[in-house]
Structure formats: C-alpha cells, structure tokens
Design a protein around this ligand. Structure first.
Ligand SMILES: *Cc1c(COP(=O)(O)O)cnc(C)c1O
Length: 435
C-alpha cells in the first residue's frame, strides 16, 4: 500500500517511509491510498472473535501488503496485551474502557503498535539504533515511553517541562530506565516542542544520529486505533440485533486521531450509524460543523487537558476523506462542546445516578451521548483515560477517594531518573551529539 499526502504535493510513500518520517515533505499527513472493505462474512461472525483476532483482520487490511502475516500477527498480539471492555453505564449508554493498558490511557495501543512496527523495519533493514524524540505535556510521553520500553534498536528521549506535569504522569516516564531517557527542560511545553523541531532540522545532528518522531499523526499510531471500534461493535452486536437499534460512537476529541481512525472503520464497512465528536472548551471542530469554516486558534487550558488542542491535526484527514464537503462531514459527525463547569456537572450527575466514575475526558463523551442519543440508537463513548490518572481533580469534584490501580501505583514507587537541561537548543544538541 502506498501513502499519499493530504497536501497532494509530496511523492507517494511506502509504509516504511510514512512510519519513519511521520509527516510528508509538503507537511501534509499521510493517507492510505485505499481503504479496503472487509467481507460480509467477517461482520456476520465478528461477535465470536477475540479482540486480537478482530484486530488482526483490520491490521491486515491496511498493512497486509507490506508486512508478512506472521510478523503482523505478532505485532498485533504483542500490542493488545489487555482488554477494552464495553461496560454498561445506563440504558443504551456504554463506556468503552480504553484505559486497561500499561499507562491507563488509550494512547497505549497506538504507541505500542508503532514501536513494534518500527522495530520490524529496523530489523529488516539492519539499521543502526533509531532515536525517537518526543515532547510531552504529560500523557503522550508516558504512552510513548512505555510503548517503546525494552524494544531493541530504539532509544526514546522524552522532553517534558519541569514542574508542569503531575507527579503521576512524571513517574510514568522518568522511572523506566532501559532505553528511555527523560529530559527535564527548564521551560514550558512549547519550548520542549521547539527543541524537538529544531533537532529534526539540524543537519549535523541528523548526520550523527537517526532521529524520528512518535508524533500522534504517524500512520502507525493513528490507524490501529480503529481496532477499538470494531471490538466495541462486536461486543454490542447481540444487543443491537435484539433491539433493532443502531450504534452511535462518541469520541472525546483533541487532535481527532481517535475519531478519524473510527471513521476509517466505518469506511471499511463497519455498521456504525454516526459519530459524535465531544470537545472541551477548545471547540474548533464544533465551530466548523456549525459554520463550515475551519478556524484554528490558540488552545486554552481546561480540566480535560489532553484535549486542549487549538488546531486539530487530523481534521485534514477527515476533510480529505470527504472531499472537503461540509455537508457530508455533517451527515456523519455531529459535535458538542463543554466548559469545565459542564464537565464537572456531567461527572457529578453520572456518579450520582449510576455510580460510574468518569474522568474529565470521558465525561465530555458521556454527556454528548446523553444529550445527543436518539430513540433508535445505542451509544458507546470512549472512556479514554482511567479516572485515577486525574485523581486530585476527580476526588475534588466527586468528593471521593478513588483507588489507584496497582500498575499506576507501581510507577510512583520507582526511582525518578531524569537529566535537567535548559531550553537552549545548543545545550540539547551537545547532549545528543554525545550520545
Ligand atoms: C489524547 C487524548 C484524547 C484526545 O484524543 P485525540 O485522538 O487527540 O482526539 C482524549 N482523551 C485522553 C485521555 C487523551 O490522552
């Protein structure tokens, strides 16, 4: 399969190039040339298949031409070493819990898949060590670091702003050791991101080291997220058949990678009726749906901070998929936007009425579904992170003392190891030149 750029200027790329480069030369996002429909008999018996089996079929449709079946099977099974159950919250509303992975957030699947795919290419080409640079404001760093942990041939440098990430988040990438190095930058997130961008543009550095990014726009991080939706459908199919209702998928969205992967799933033939994109106060997509004008702006800080995105990158993929038609996009996706106060209210109402504890991101999804669900529909929202990752906020809002899962507590017991650097590029560069 070849990959083309959403800006239509860069040459077509192989899967390997798209994964190693991330972004096309014309700064566009890579799109697969074809989206294969899966055969009817797959959907007829999907409820009898395991999560891994379903994911293997989906992965094969995208990557099967480029990766031998045995290797792909191993990559998928290694990636999905945990479950994503659809849990009933109330009548017709289900939570797809995407937080059962190592860092308790949905980005685990994309990060783990990308690490293994990159390793496959490194081995095949007999490449020397590849170095992944990733700037994080919290969650991306932990998912990438854990996704790549112990993967031979790859070293990861996580750049994070000193004093700006929570202790729980920090512990998830500073205590790992092995092939993960945490760099504590005396600056803000934007400084970390600028350092990474400058590193990719520095010729001397790129001659010395093979550098790559594990950015969320990478096709290897983004496409595997379609697995979730197939599995959600498989779990809810018996109920859908019994009731004759249709499935609506509601995704708390920031960069729109997760929902775009879901839309790809529908294009592969999965019977999803429609989508709801739930935003926090960063309502760029919501405004696009209302007006037809896509107007990115600076992000604002909210309670659901992993969705604080002012220029959602994957919008370009949705736009491309539907030929830029506002009408077609509106037919498929509706939107919702919630202030911090509305998020708090949704968390409290859900907890009081159902006992279910939402995290601030999932709360946007729950509320959008509750307000938007129609008579003939069953809805599933993605619970994108475990509430304990935001324990202080959640406890304060719900007046609870929620338990910290064992694997999260284990990170916090680890020894913090990080290297302090200033935000000056020269200092970062000399550090990397010495590696
Ligand atoms: C990254 C993230 C999101 C947003 O996902 P996108 O694919 O960027 O839309 C939502 N919730 C949590 C907890 C996240 O970490």
């Amino acid at each position: 399969m070849k990959y083309y750029s959403t800006n239509h200027k860069a040459p077509l790329a192989s899967l390997e190039k798209a994964v190693v480069k991330g972004l096309a030369e014309d700064k566009g996002l890579y799109m697969p040339e074809l989206i294969h429909k899966l055969p009817q008999n797959f959907f007829d018996s999907i409820e009898q298949l395991s999560f891994q089996d379903i994911a293997c079929r989906v992965a094969d449709a995208f990557f099967g031409e480029d990766i031998p079946a045995d290797d792909l099977h191993k990559i998928v099974c290694d990636t999905l070493a945990f479950d994503c159950p659809a849990v009933k919250v109330e009548d017709n509303i289900y939570s797809l819990e995407l937080f059962h992975g190592p860092t308790l957030a949905f980005k685990d699947v994309g990060a783990r898949f990308m690490a293994r795919l990159l390793q496959y290419f490194i081995r095949k080409e007999g490449k020397e060590r590849v170095n992944v640079l990733v700037a994080t404001s919290g969650d991306t760093g932990s998912a990438v670091a854990n996704g790549f942990l112990g993967v031979e041939g790859i070293h990861v440098y996580v750049l994070y702003p000193k004093g700006k990430v929570s202790r729980i988040q920090e512990s998830q990438f500073t205590t790992l050791g092995q092939n993960i190095t945490a760099l504590e930058i005396d600056g803000v997130f934007d400084d970390c991101q600028a350092l990474v961008k400058n590193a990719f543009m520095d010729e001397e550095l790129n001659n010395h080291l093979t550098l790559t990014s594990a950015n969320s726009i990478n096709v290897a991080r983004f496409l595997p997220q379609a697995f979730y939706e197939f599995y959600a459908y498989a779990q809810l199919k018996p109920l859908l058949q019994q009731t004759g209702k249709q499935l609506v998928v509601c995704v708390p969205s920031g960069n729109f990678g997760n929902i775009t992967a879901g839309i790809f799933g529908k294009e592969m033939g999965l019977p999803i009726h429609r989508f709801i994109a739930a935003n926090n106060a960063n309502d760029i997509f919501y405004q696009y749906l209302q007006t037809g004008v896509y107007a990115p702006k600076a992000s604002i800080q909210t309670l659901a901070n992993a969705m604080d995105v002012g220029a959602p990158s994957n919008f370009a993929r949705i736009y491309e998929l539907y030929g830029g038609s506002h009408e077609r996009i509106c037919q498929l996706v509706s939107g919702a936007t919630y202030s911090d106060e509305a998020i708090r209210q949704a968390m409290r109402a859900c907890h009081e009425q159902t006992g279910y504890v939402l995290d601030p991101h999932g709360a946007c999804g729950y509320q959008a579904l509750k307000e938007g669900l129609r008579e003939n529909e069953i809805g599933v929202f993605y619970e994108t992170a475990h509430p304990a990752k935001f324990k202080e906020k959640v406890d304060e809002i719900l007046a609870t003392d929620i338990a910290i899962p064992e694997r999260l507590a284990a990170f916090m017991k680890g020894q913090k190891q990080s290297i302090a650097l200033s935000k000056q590029f020269e200092e970062f560069k000399s550090f990397l030149m010495a590696q």
